[in-house]
Design a protein. Structure first.
Length: 256
């Protein structure tokens, strides 16, 4: 009788298969859905998947990396998710798989593997912002560091310590806000914001190399620019009241 029940349990398990549908990155510069065989710097990524059938009360879904057991997934109906409780080993490829298991320890069929390369090495290339140019208004051209400008889309230029690899990009920031990726040609680069920068404030521009896993290289030295769109004002006053006789003194006060 016991052997018959065990055979039935294994038969039921064989019909329940798990599928790993997607993996998401929750950390660093690149956050969101990760394609199969992609690189990431997130050592606790989240796996999502489905089941061919609902689990019974004594069944769980186990998650593995290569042949190492990571933990049990959270299952709701035929959908499940899993986030490792501790950091995964880095600088290696993880081959994730899922299997249904019953209370007796019988394992169901192995899911199709989902690969993820965990990479925590920061890019070695360094960069510098060499100049900023004003492209609009009466004053056009090169701007000194900490200068003022009315150009809300100024162009930044810079250099790299070495050429970028195919999976690397150069990111530009103002303060801590990501503005976009620079256009790189060899060891030289340029960047013009696609939308207007916030005005009447000081922007602290910096640049960093990023790789496909989201690892960021060293921060460049900051380049400051005060964006000022306030029009100058003129106030004229005199030293009289009522009807004036004789000389009158006028005072001119400029805001700039």
């Amino acid at each position: 009788m016991h052997l018959g029940l065990q055979h039935l349990s294994r038969h039921q398990l064989s019909k329940k298969r798990a599928v790993i549908k997607r993996i998401t990155d929750n950390f660093g510069g690149l956050i969101g859905k990760i394609s199969n065989r992609a690189r990431t710097d997130d050592r606790t990524p989240t796996l999502f998947g489905t089941l061919s059938k609902r689990l019974s009360n004594d069944e769980t879904l186990r998650i593995f990396s290569n042949n190492s057991f990571l933990g049990k997934a959270t299952v709701k109906g035929r959908r499940w998710s899993f986030t490792p409780r501790s950091n995964l080993a880095t600088n290696q490829t993880h081959k994730f798989k899922a299997r249904v298991v019953d209370a007796a320890g019988n394992l169901g069929r192995v899911s199709k593997k989902r690969l993820l390369i965990l990479d925590s090495r920061a890019p070695s290339a360094r960069t510098s912002i060499t100049r900023i140019t004003d492209n609009v208004g009466d004053l056009i051209g090169k701007l000194s560091n900490s200068a003022r400008t009315d150009d809300r889309m100024p162009t930044l230029f810079g250099r790299l310590s070495k050429r970028l690899s195919n999976d690397e990009t150069l990111r530009i920031f103002s303060n801590n806000s990501f503005l976009g990726e620079a256009t790189v040609k060899g060891r030289r680069w340029s960047f013009t914001p696609r939308s207007n920068l916030a005005t009447n404030q000081t922007h602290k521009f910096k640049a960093r190399v990023a790789d496909a896993a989201g690892n960021l290289g060293r921060i460049s030295k900051k380049r400051l620019l005060s964006l000022d769109s306030s029009s100058p004002t003129l106030t004229i006053s005199d030293n009289t009241s009522g009807t004036a006789n004789g000389d009158i003194t006028f005072t001119f006060n400029f805001s700039e």
